[in-house]
Design a protein around this ligand. Structure first.
Ligand code: GDP
Ligand code: MG
Length: 164
């Protein structure tokens, strides 16, 4: 079966934009989902002859901050269990937020490869700064991308398939 690549992170960092960038229109509909997986969308990715499944998380509208935190945490835990590789997406324009640190703490304790993906790095000038800033999350060298403008997403996928 195909390796699974999960995309996790707090809302609005660009997870779905990255998901769409990777899978295009190859979205798989999973029916009869149990409630724990209702907030997940699967698609098929392909890079350099490697075929894999990509999971986007966090599509639900949640009312409270507490509910949201629970949801993000639960999705991260599920990702660690289910995925071969986890893409932890953060926002290079906002910098590190408290919820990023929480998710980072959780992911750091897993044995799965985690790729710290700093999104919204739309220009080269931002790249060095965000790499320096996000390094402190303790998840290794960040990969700076722009999902929206398809910058560096090839390098990201090179790294993803290196873990298969
Ligand atoms: P999600 O909640 O993590 O799934 O985030 P979305 O994919 O829905 O994106 C949230 C917002 O960030 C949207 O307005 C996107 O257009 C924007 N966005 C996503 N990727 C980028 C990027 O690379 N650069 C910039 N400037 N905006 C982005
Ligand atoms: Mg989304």
């Amino acid at each position: 079966s195909k390796p699974v690549v999960a995309i996790v992170g707090r809302p609005n960092v660009g997870k779905s934009t990255l998901f769409n960038r990777i899978v295009g229109n190859r979205i798989s509909i999973v029916e009869d989902e149990p409630s724990i997986t209702r907030d997940r969308l699967y698609g098929e990715g392909e890079w350099l002859d490697n075929h894999f499944l990509v999971v986007d998380t966090g599509g639900l509208d949640l009312d409270s901050e507490a509910e949201l935190k629970d949801e993000v945490r639960q999705q991260a835990e599920l990702a660690i269990e289910e995925a071969e590789v986890v893409l932890f997406v953060v926002d290079g324009r906002t910098g590190i937020k408290p919820m990023d640190r929480e998710v980072a703490n959780l992911l750091r304790r897993s044995n799965k490869p985690i790729i710290l993906t700093v999104n919204k790095v739309d220009s080269k000038e931002l790249e060095e700064k965000v790499k320096y800033d996000f390094y402190e999350l303790g998840l290794g060298e960040p990969v700076a991308i722009s999902a929206k403008h398809a910058l560096n997403t090839g390098d990201l996928l090179d790294e993803v398939i290196s873990h298969f």
